[in-house]
Design a protein around this ligand. Structure first.
Ligand SMILES: [Fe+2]
Length: 655
């Protein structure tokens, strides 16, 4: 593994490590003099979704591999660290959680026994960390309130000098929602809402109720687009209350969050859905009403914050800030002129927030440049060599380069896995660990959801659009710097509806990522090539995984391609064809011509084959082959025919 940077700190540099492992999304982040050197989630290394189970019994399971990566990336040891921030305050958690619920599960959250255990295990962390690092770091170690970490994670890296700040998640110590103000290098709370009044837990419980488990919020959000929010809106309003005075309340007797019971919800919504049950209109309507209530609640909090702070801009973080539907509405129609959302808005981002809280607020340093990309994870030397890909069928990409070859594959309907550079920090694949496809092809949604990613039929796909063309294809009225991070659903422009069905949700929106030349030049070149071929300045982009954490290393990429049946993998400068060498397919002999035709050795007859038609043609000479291929391809321009002739000649020589 390579560090991903050529960074080496100067002797006088201040180095701050931020950590999160309190509940889930375990992560580590390292900053040097206010600049992020490295940040990564543990799940990418240990291949366990969310890093570990979110229970009170394991907060001391540290993100060991993410920590090692951060130190390696900076070329330092623990002795070089100046401060270490951790994203929770154990004493506050213990003080405010016992006795809040009518119903609890013995030994778990909200009970004296469960909270006492959690507290004891949290307090082990400095000692555990010292053992891990081989250095006593207890004097450098600081506990930081969870929501201060969320708030710091967004405001201190935002492009705003001053802003209102809103952090909304399940729970920190006891706070679920934190509202405040940020100015320069200082943030300050103006109101906090405590458990059980939690939008994050409302979504977790309803996700369980709808049969998707505790992490099915993405599924509920996708399902909501199909439903009618009117049917269950009033049912939600019976136990979820809000107005524009900055309050928000959830009746815990109805939500029953800390017990595995659903009788109160079933009285409002009918029977709970089991995971294997069919999804019907009732489930869609419940999801739609939940989304509507969430939108309204967030708007009411935003209205209060606007009134209280007088700010024109808003910074948004916390797990609920990953709700791209609410985000899109808040950006376009909310009370703030501009909104910045932390790309790792979930608990992973609190590691980054812990760093900046210490650097800016505690040490009093001025802020550096805003965060404009999240390519903060590891990159790998193997990505540009044969390891661990030796034995795979590399495809010559031709003089016009990898981006052109991949764009041609996508344009002809192939799904291509795309592995480049440094891994993204946060839950979104933004063009370095992505699976890409043609957004014009409706049928490809079924192909990827069903065959590759094994997801539900109703889950929409996002789009990566060239920054320069975003407003020509989507309704992006108000500027939002976080559009670079795929955090908002935007309406597809009326005149483009129907032309990109694979990335258009049933409600006419698309979750989009604006791709800038400066922050990801290779990805920008690829989409530009696709536009040159098709006239469409965007590709379908879904995370490179199959029911697992997003891939990290080249070997993860190979494993996932094989498991999910993805045929093409672009890795570093190389293009791999996993079907080359399989029975029934010949070795790829040439692949580089404007018509995107791949010429292969025929399996039995020694002839040549067109990969996309799976047609083999017996041949005697290159000229005969070109004629045969031309009959299949239809009309060719002179330039295309010349390129095809060149490919066939190469193929003949390679036979
Ligand atoms: Fe959180």
């Amino acid at each position: 593994m390579e560090s991903g940077t050529t960074f080496r700190p100067r002797p006088e540099a201040i180095l701050v490590l931020g950590l999160n492992s309190a509940y889930h999304e375990s992560s580590a982040c390292l900053i040097c003099n206010g600049r992020v050197v490295a940040a990564a989630e543990e799940e990418r290394f240990n291949r366990v979704r969310h890093g570990k189970r979110a229970t009170l019994t394991n907060p001391h399971e540290l993100p060991v591999q993410a920590i090692r990566y951060c130190l390696e990336a900076a070329g330092i040891t623990a002795a070089d660290l100046d401060l270490i921030g951790y994203s929770i305050s154990p004493d506050k958690r213990l003080a405010f959680n016992v006795g809040l619920d009518e119903e609890t599960t013995p030994g778990l959250a909200g009970t004296a026994e469960g909270e006492g255990l959690f507290h004891r295990l949290l307090l082990l962390i400095p000692q555990r960390l010292s053992s891990l690092l081989g250095e006593d770091v207890s004097r450098k170690f600081r506990w930081i309130d969870h929501h201060l970490c969320h708030a710091a994670s967004v405001f201190f890296v935002s492009p705003f000098d001053e802003a209102a700040v809103l952090s909304v998640d399940g729970i920190g110590e006891s706070t679920s929602t934190w509202m405040g103000i940020g100015r320069g290098n200082h943030i300050e709370a103006c109101r906090e809402i405590r458990y059980p009044n939690s939008l994050g837990f409302l979504w977790t419980k309803l996700s369980r109720f709808l049969g998707f488990g505790p992490y099915g919020q993405w599924k509920v959000m996708g399902l909501a687009g199909y439903g009618d929010s009117d049917r269950y809106y009033q049912a939600f309003r019976k136990f979820v209350d809000y107005d524009n005075s900055g309050g928000f309340a959830v009746d815990s007797r109805t939500l029953q969050y800390r017990v595995d019971k659903y009788d109160a919800l079933e009285r409002l919504f009918g029977p709970r859905r089991a995971p294997e049950d069919h999804i019907d209109g009732r489930h869609e309507d419940i999801a739609a009403a939940l989304q509507r209530v969430t939108n309204e609640a967030l708007f009411s909090l935003a209205a209060f914050l606007k009134e209280r702070t007088g700010m024109k801009r808003l910074c948004l973080a916390g797990g609920v800030a990953l709700n791209c539907v609410a985000n899109g509405l808040l950006v376009d129609q909310g009370p703030f002129d501009e909104v910045f959302i932390q790309p790792a808005a979930n608990d992973a981002g609190t590691a980054l927030g812990a760093c900046f809280y210490l650097w800016n607020q505690v040490l009093g340093n001025h802020r550096a440049a805003a965060l404009d990309h999240v390519y903060l994870g590891p990159e790998f030397a193997e990505a540009s060599s044969d390891e661990p890909l030796c034995g795979e069928g590399f495809v010559p990409v031709g003089a016009d380069g990898l981006e052109s070859a991949v764009a041609r594959l996508i344009a002809r309907g192939e799904v291509v896995a795309w592995f480049q550079g440094r891994m993204e920090f946060g839950p979104r694949a933004l063009g370095n660990r992505s699976i890409l496809a043609d957004p014009r092809r409706a049928e490809i949604v079924h192909c990827i959801n069903d065959r590759i990613k094994h997801r539900e039929y109703f889950r929409p796909f996002a789009a990566s659009v060239l920054d320069e063309y975003a407003s020509a294809w989507f309704e992006v009225g108000r500027p939002c710097p976080s559009d670079a991070f795929m955090l908002c659903a935007r309406k597809v422009r009326q005149d483009r509806l129907g032309s990109i069905p694979a990335v258009t949700h049933v409600d006419g929106t698309c979750r989009l990522q604006r791709v800038c030349r400066d922050t990801n030049p290779r990805y920008h070149r690829l989409i530009s090539e696709f536009k040159r071929l098709t006239g469409v300045p965007l590709v379908l982009n879904t995370s490179f995984n199959d029911s697992e954490p997003i891939i990290c290393r080249p070997r993860d990429a190979v494993n996932t391609c094989r498991k999910a049946g993805i045929r093409y993998l672009a890795v570093g400068d190389r293009l791999v064809d996993f079907q080359a060498g399989r029975p029934g397919f010949g070795k790829t002999l040439a692949y580089s011509n404007p018509v995107g035709t791949e010429v292969r050795r025929g399996q039995d007859d020694g002839g040549l084959a067109l990969a996309d038609s799976n047609t083999s043609t017996a041949v005697e000479s290159p000229e005969v082959t070109v004629s045969a291929l031309e009959r299949i391809l239809g009309h060719l321009t002179d330039a295309e025919r010349a390129a095809l002739q060149q490919s066939v000649k190469i193929a003949f020589r390679s036979r």
